[in-house]
Design a protein around this ligand. Structure first.
Ligand code: SAH
Length: 454
């Protein structure tokens, strides 16, 4: 029988690149086989070396670019191609935005069966650099010194960094101070393979109000504490202890070493307290555009009840609260729910309730107990919604759903399930929260008209 994929590992071939996958990899075809080629751009002709052969596709590495795309630019980053963070930094920004629109369209089409859905142009940034307000850096022992960096894509090999052009300036500066503290005090660096050593990582967050938070994560006790307190001049400094041999960043024990337990972030008129465990959108400039889009599509009315599922610290809930009768936020991280309650109180908002629990438990329960929201916002993590969340939405009789998604693949899957419950996609607006990476955020409005009608 003729093999489905006639190619072999280590073969070389010339490919014309015609598209981009949702991972940001170039796509070409030869003899009916799809080729995924990282860092190749559409319109390019590349000589490639096959590094992996699967039944229906191959993965290949560029050896030489024979025809260069007019959209190829030189990335201003020392770690580009090595660090797993940015898959599109070699593409000019206008083209990145077009590519993201296409990625959303492809996912909705291929994975959701929404063949001719209109996807709006992706809303981009005027200055797409230094936008990230958070850095989460593993620390390793590289060439005899402590270094922070990123793990190479799909691996745990540390790529040391000095700076990162998508992080806000204070973030890598603070990470450099943490490694300097470790080197000065001969702090042992944790080794993932052996499980030995102490300093694991640092997580740094800054707010638009100029406040900074550093969390130093160790296995076991924190060494050289006085020196750390002296060296790190920040508004909030935490120690987190993570004794487990896992790649989950935080352990359960947070100790405030200095300063305030929470940072404050300002979004429009609202002020938000943010604990180290709580989620906060990483791109404050784009967050405003994202939330404005979500609220415009939601079109809340004064007497309505709105559910904000996966609400984090209540950012969307509290922005909606002033437009409606009542908001109910659902979120599984207890500290985020505490932040949300505090944020409601501090902003003088009395019509928002927050419930801590898994959306897949809480929402079905609320609906079973008679909750009938007028509209629902869902903003799940990358893996999307668990099925009980979607069936509870259907059960609730709600007619408007605004789905805020950071992963177009799971968005397409979930939207398809919602369409089986009678919801129709009305509007799709991608927002570029993550310039230079392959990631794209999308806001989708789905509505249901009276039974049967579409
Ligand atoms: N809407 C918020 C948070 C979005 S991020 C904002 O814009 O800031 C997704 C949130 O969902 C995170 O806060 C995460 O802690 C929470 N989460 C993840 N899985 C969950 C689940 N199964 N049930 C409830 N919340 C969950």
């Amino acid at each position: 029988m003729k093999p489905i994929n006639p190619f072999q590992k280590n073969e070389e071939l010339v490919l014309e690149i015609t598209g981009v996958t949702s991972e940001g990899h170039g796509v070409g075809r030869s003899e009916g086989v799809a080729f995924f080629v990282p860092f190749a751009l559409p319109g390019e002709t590349v000589k490639a070396h096959i590094i992996k052969v699967e039944k229906k596709y191959c993965i290949a590495k560029i050896i030489e670019i024979q025809k260069v795309s007019e959209h190829r630019v030189k990335p201003p980053c020392e770690a580009f191609e090595k660090c797993g963070g940015c898959a599109l930094m070699h593409m000019d920004y206008a083209e990145q935005l077009k590519t993201k629109t296409q990625i959303v369209r492809d996912c909705l089409d291929r994975l959701g069966g929404f063949t001719d859905v209109v996807v709006q142009d992706t809303i981009g940034m005027v200055d797409p650099w230094r936008y990230r307000n958070k850095g989460s850096f593993p620390i390793g022992f590289v060439d005899g010194v402590a270094a922070f960096g990123f793990y190479a894509e799909r691996s745990h090999r540390l790529i040391p960094l000095y700076d990162c052009p998508i992080e806000d300036v204070p973030i890598t500066a603070l990470a450099r101070t943490v490694t300097e503290w470790a080197n000065r005090n001969h702090v042992r660096i944790y080794d993932e393979e052996t499980g030995k050593g102490c300093l694991r990582s640092c997580v740094i967050r800054v707010t638009t109000t100029g406040e900074r938070m550093v969390v130093v994560v160790t296995k076991g006790e924190l060494p050289a504490r006085e020196s750390l307190l002296k060296m790190l001049d920040v508004e909030s400094l935490y120690h987190n202890r993570n004794d487990r041999n896992t790649n989950v960043i935080f352990g359960d024990r947070f100790t405030l070493l200095k300063g305030k337990p929470q940072l404050f972030e300002q979004q429009g008129e609202l002020r938000f307290a943010v604990s180290p465990q709580s989620f906060l959108q990483v791109n404050p400039t784009q967050t405003k555009k994202l939330y404005d889009t979500a609220i415009r599509l939601l079109d809340p009315k004064p007497d309505e009840t709105i559910a904000d599922v996966y609400c984090g610290i209540g950012t969307i809930s509290l922005a909606i609260a002033k437009h409606v009768g009542k908001v109910i936020g659902v979120e599984c991280v207890p500290e985020a729910i505490e932040d949300a309650k505090k944020n409601a109180a501090e902003n003088g908002i009395q019509n928002a309730d927050f419930i801590c629990g898994l959306a897949e438990d809480v929402l079905p329960n609320l609906v079973q107990n008679g909750m009938r929201p007028d509209a629902i916002v869902i903003d799940p993590p990358r893996k999307g919604c668990e099925e009980p969340v979607l069936s509870a939405i259907a059960e609730s009789g709600v007619k408007r759903v605004v789905y805020v998604s950071c992963n177009p693949a799971t968005l397409a899957r979930d939207a398809k399930i919602l369409s089986t419950f009678g919801f129709t996609i009305r509007y799709v607006q991608p927002v570029d929260m993550f310039p230079h990476t392959q990631h794209v955020e999308t806001v989708v409005l789905m509505t249901k008209t009276d039974d049967g009608e579409k």
